[in-house]
Ligand binder design. Structure first.
Ligand SMILES: [Zn+2]
Length: 470
């Protein structure tokens, strides 16, 4: 059994119920579990691996609850930089049909690298594109190679343009195909056990890109298994609210209740346009929310009422959302933005730094149904933790006065140390498991090719983009 000792950390932040922090401290782990935490002198003297963390603040690994890894191929695309959600989708969707399985794999490794280096040790992803027989299997392979704890959620689109939807028909699958593949990947990849590294969730793209029948069938399939989460976008924009009222004569949250998509096994992305009663309903049913502030600001969608949600007892977490609507994937920055955005709405004293850290750690663990396994540093929990170097330019000053607050008030460039499931994945600020430079080079070659080859490429400009008619 492998043992790991981290000692001499300048500060260790547990995020436990008492919010304990220790100076000159560390932890001792055996295999994938934490056994001891506390001041360095109270820890065992020897271990198979010993890490001197004297320049670091150690804290629980961050949890990302909403992303679309493949969209890193479409960052900053001209013609989709200054648009609200529906227009943005209309401009990007025609390009998505040419994404190959290799491109999903390389984009996943790219996005996962960015996640891990910015503090993430557990991430979900929402892959909703399956033209040309692609599968989610390549994402699971990527997560295993890089060493990320991964919730792969299987997206789906079944209502295409020819059925009155907004999605090009070549991106649509039949509902039989979708359900068969969901059953397959649950059988092949899903590990419902404690501390599992791979879990599968089921995740139609949005409630209005599949039928009501598929929403119900998906929930039924998920609930016939164990620890299978349900995830989708809900109440992201005012346009969506109007669309749901026109199509279904229901608000988005009402529709979700009708199709059975509420409960502790469900988390919604965005959830901006919810009224008081709907927020109370989320709390009562323990339905989670993935708050994605950068994407909401980038697309001009609105501001999620996170303060009201936390006050009502809703489980709220952080999501960086897809790289094409952010266009970055930095979890510390996303938690920082969440804090600042709530202060814009509610005042400077309305949202604390600690609440921001909570969203990114315990909030994420609760939303993914893993509150007993990850999200805080305690004996018996997973050895998922990160170390941030305090002796850096961007942390100078803050690192002296209040290292915990500096994590969000200053800027964390990248983590110095990341341990996931007891394995050292980042050390000295370098990812040990893959060659990032090689992945980025291949990623950029694929991204360039996808756009250059597309018949609409010449029309992708910021001004006068003809794709607006799509
Ligand atoms: Zn999204």
């Amino acid at each position: 059994m492998a043992t790991l000792l981290v000692k001499n950390a300048r500060m260790l932040i547990t995020m436990d119920d008492q919010r304990r922090k220790y100076r000159n401290a560390g932890l001792f782990a055996r295999d994938h579990l934490i056994e001891q935490i506390g001041p360095s002198e109270t820890l065992p003297e020897y271990a198979d691996t010993v890490i001197d963390a004297s320049n670091l603040v150690i804290l629980p690994g961050l949890v990302n609850t909403h992303h679309h890894f493949f969209q890193s191929l479409f960052r900053a695309i001209p013609g989709a930089q200054d648009h609200s959600l529906f227009d943005w989708l209309a401009r990007l969707m025609p390009l998505y049909g040419d994404v190959t399985e290799e491109a999903v794999y390389i984009a996943s490794l790219t996005a996962m690298s960015e996640m891990i280096l910015s503090g993430c040790t557990t991430s979900s992803d929402h892959l909703y594109l399956y033209p040309g027989g692609k599968t989610i299997d390549v994402q699971v392979r990527a997560a295993r190679e890089i060493g990320l704890r991964f919730h792969a959620t299987r997206g789906a689109i079944s209502v295409g343009e020819s059925q009155g939807g907004m999605t090009p028909d070549n991106l649509v699958q039949t509902e039989d195909e979708i359900l068969r593949d969901c059953e397959r990947i649950l059988a092949v990849h899903h590990n419902p056990g404690l501390f599992s590294m791979i879990r599968i969730g089921l995740a139609p793209c949005t409630p209005f890109t599949v039928t009501k029948k598929l929403m119900r069938e998906t929930a039924k399939l998920a609930r016939s298994g164990c620890n299978v989460g349900l995830h989708t976008h809900v109440a992201e924009t005012k346009d969506e609210e109007k669309y749901c009222l026109d199509q279904f004569d229901q608000r988005p949250a009402e529709y979700m209740q009708e199709v059975g998509w509420v409960g502790a096994d469900v988390w919604w992305a965005h959830s901006i346009f919810l009224n008081h009663d709907e927020i109370q309903m989320l709390a009562k049913t323990r339905t989670g929310v993935a708050h994605c502030p950068s994407s909401n600001m980038r697309l001009g969608s609105g501001i999620c009422p996170v303060r009201d949600m936390l006050d009502a007892g809703v489980n709220v977490a952080i999501g960086v959302d897809g790289s094409a609507s952010n266009d970055t994937g930095h979890l510390f920055n996303e938690a920082r933005t969440a804090v600042l955005l709530q202060r814009v709405v509610n005042g400077a004293d309305a949202f604390t730094i600690e609440e921001g850290l909570h969203l990114a750690t315990r909030g994420g663990a609760a939303v993914l149904g893993r509150a007993n396994e990850i999200g805080s540093l305690q004996p018996g929990k997973a050895a998922d933790f990160i170390g941030v170097d305090l002796d850096t330019l961007s942390m100078a000053g803050g690192a002296v006065h209040d290292p915990a607050a500096a994590l969000l008030l200053c800027h964390v460039d990248r983590v110095n140390l990341s341990v996931i499931n007891g394995k050292v994945v980042v050390q000295g600020g370098e990812l040990l498991t893959i060659d990032v430079d090689r992945i980025v080079a291949r990623h950029n070659s694929l991204a360039g090719g996808l756009v250059a080859r597309h018949p609409l490429a010449g029309q992708l400009t910021n001004k006068g983009c003809k794709l607006s008619s799509l």
